[in-house]
Structures are given as C-alpha cells and as structure tokens.
Design a protein around this ligand. Sequence first.
Ligand SMILES: O=C(O)c1ccccc1NCC(=O)[C@H](O)[C@H](O)COP(=O)(O)O
Length: 330
Amino acid sequence: MEGLVSLKTTPPGISFHASPPSTTTTTSTSARKFSLVRRSLPASSMGTRRRNGVVSIRAQQSETKDESATVSPANGDVETALKVKEWEVGMFHNEVAATQGIRIRRRPPTGPPQHYVGPFEFWIQSEGNTPRNILEEIIWHKDVEVAQLKERRPLFWLKNALDSAPPTKDFVGALRAAYSLIAEVKKASPSRGILREDFDPVEIAQAYEKGGAACLSVLTDEKYFKVHNEREMDRVLGIEGVELIGINNRSLETFEVDISNTKKLLEGERGQKIREKDIIVVGESGLFTPDDIAYVQEAGVKAVLVGESIVKQSDLKKGIVGLFGKDISS
Ligand SMILES: O=C(O)c1ccccc1NCC(=O)[C@H](O)[C@H](O)COP(=O)(O)O
C-alpha cells in the first residue's frame, strides 16, 4: 500500500547527562540512532535545570492517538515555536499527499522539533525523520535550498529579472516538430557519479546542437538535480492542460533502470488518454543503443532525454550518431 508513515515519537520525558561542550555523540540502538549535538544557546535560556552538576532536560510533548506528536515549546522560545509550526505544516502536507497516493514525504528541514530541548539539539533518527530514498533526500535538501534562495532573491527580485530577460524559446514546439532528442548537460549523477571530467557546459551544449539535439536539459543543481517520477502518471493524466510528460526509466529508490517501464506506462487506457490529449511523452534514462531508441519510439514516445550515453563520449556528435544509428543533425 502506498502512504505516508507517521512519525514515531519518543517518550514524553527524557533525562540525560550533559556531554562536554564540544562533544557530538552518536549511539545506535536496535531501531533508532540517537545524536546529541551541543547548541550555541546558553542553557539558562532554554529552561534546563542544574542539580548536583547534572543537567536534566525535559521535552514537553503530548502524543496523539495515531502516534504523531503535537509539541509545545519548552519555554515559549520563538525559534522553537517556529520549528513546531513548520513541522506541523510539513505533516499536514504529508497527509494531503498520502490521500493523493504520493509516496514521497515532505518534511521540514529542521526535523521533528520535539527533540530540540534544553541547550541541546536532541535529534532521534527514526523512520519518520530520515529520508527513505534518494528522491526524498533530494526533496528534503531542496526545501532548505529553496528557502535560502528565497531569502537571497525574493519574488520581487525574480519578477524584475524576468521583465528584462530575453523571450523564451518554444520547448514543446521544438519537440512536436520531429522525433527529437533532449540532450542532457550533466557532469555527474547520484547513480553514476562523475560522468565527464572535462566539463564545459557551453561547449557541450554547442556540440549537442551541432549533433542535432532539439532541446537541452541542463542540470544546474549544486547538490543533486531535478527529476521526473513515472509513478505519478495517473495523477498527471488527471491534470488539465498537461502538454508534456517525462517517463523516467530509472527507479529513484533503487537506481535500477528498466526501459520497459516506458512501454508499460504507455499501454492500454493510459496510452489512449495520452493520444486523445495529444500529450508529448519523453522517454527518459537508460537509453544507450539504436535498439533502445527504437523500442521506446515504438512504445509511443515522441522524444528522448539522454544524458550518460552521450555526455560520456569524447566526440559528442559521434555519440549522438552512435545512439540513434544515424546522423540526426540535418
Ligand atoms: O540519474 C540519476 O542517477 C538520478 C538520480 C536521482 C534522481 C534522478 C536521477 N536522474 C534523473 C534524470 O532525469 C536523468 O538524468 C535523465 O533521465 C538522463 O538519464 P541517463 O540518460 O540515464 O543519464
């Protein structure tokens, strides 16, 4: 069954001895990892009590029936209250996503705040606050990155920049024109590591253009990069006005690549709907040979998104010819 997992909570009261200031301790129990990190906030400001040289720290939380927790800040501290709010909003998003069959959970980057107590960040690594797979890790990391970027470049800044930007090119139009290649400019990927050492994105993009690519996919992410998720096909088909769907042949949980995924998702009623709606389908990932290209083309894709098999070649144009079994530049 697809769904979200409730956060498991810790017992309502936790007492422990304070570690020396610079110590970071991580111990494992059978099911959970406990990390204790010294915070910069003074102990006195966080409601700790010192008795006989022992600091005792108490987390205030009340558990709800479904084992998710409602948390009250230990001392009305604004920072903590904000984290509580963020966490509650994140949990709400997860519940909504679960009702829509989305398996990727959203989580506020600060994690469940019930463990921010006393002068310590007492963070318990559990199923609820640890990414289950690379996609969750990417999304959770992205949440932090986007929040930071929003601070650096707020909406009004972006709007101003857009006003003076050159007109956009017709991406979908370029793909409709012919059976097309979207060539991916990427230096590395989570599953394959470094793909190209001598990485000059502009040079690569120009070589792709000469080689006949209709569009480019440029991975600009600093830590990870953006993805499509084929498991959301049914959800996407329910959305009005969708013009382009990418089917990713790579499982983002296991990194396994299976190009029959494209065929599977385009069979039967789904394929019918896609044709009726005149949606362009892009076959993504794991395409290495002319046979692979022919296979996804027969399955119904109008374009392919290819990274590894061409970006690794020293002669990129030859790489494209090798992939398609012919020159597609004219
Ligand atoms: O490619 C990965 O390792 C990856 C890992 C985690 C999330 C997404 C990932 N790839 C997404 C992509 O869109 C691919 O880069 C693209 O489909 C090209 O794939 P390939 O031709 O196999 O390089």
